[in-house]
Design a protein around this ligand. Sequence first.
Ligand SMILES: CC(C)(COP(=O)(O)OP(=O)(O)OC[C@H]1O[C@@H](n2cnc3c(N)ncnc32)[C@H](O)[C@@H]1OP(=O)(O)O)[C@@H](O)C(=O)NCCC(=O)NCCS
Length: 178
Amino acid sequence: METKVNCTLRKAHLTDLKSIRNINVASLPENYPDSLWKVLLTPKVQWVSIIDQLITPLEQWVAVINSGTRDEKIVGYVISVIKTDNIYVRETYIWSFAVLKEYRRMGIGKSLLQQLQRETIFPITLNVRKSNLEAFKFYCKMGFKYKKLLDPYYENPDEPGLIMAWDLQKPLSTTTKV
Ligand SMILES: CC(C)(COP(=O)(O)OP(=O)(O)OC[C@H]1O[C@@H](n2cnc3c(N)ncnc32)[C@H](O)[C@@H]1OP(=O)(O)O)[C@@H](O)C(=O)NCCC(=O)NCCS
């Protein structure tokens, strides 16, 4: 993993729940109860129905600095699920994704997303707030394309959402400079 800090990726465990929840709350208006985080952090459970969608959580990934030391700290995560609307349409959907503010623009988000791009067997989709230009630019850089406007979509605050997608056929973006 090439980032501008000494950072490694590892699979997330249930014991990472609090750190992931804290990054989520600090980074995004879409927050979830611990009961939902537990489902999301338990890969390969049976299909679960959440908000009228049938999903199954994948193995999740976290970015860690000072790995293996007493100062180990989770600084980013990507949470994804396989989503199906019917038996023919399946996609890897990014449920939540964030890097702590003080660790952004160091290549950590790119490494997390590339991990998902490497392992997915379905196209990757996500929704992003229309005003979230930083994330929109990041996803464009990572090869995602804008697909559709959802209006209305988000609440608190109310705002349209953009569907973005990454096609399995597309090459991965080039390596991050250190
Ligand atoms: C989106 C997010 C995860 C990106 O993580 P990151 O670790 O900062 O991203 P990286 O450092 O790997 O960026 C890779 C490239 O994406 C682009 N990029 C990233 N952030 C950008 C920004 N704010 N503006 C423009 N381009 C940006 C750049 O090309 C960057 O490469 P460079 O720094 O060498 O120019 C992070 O900004 C974040 O946590 N945002 C808040 C939560 C959020 O919006 N999540 C997405 C919800 S859908």
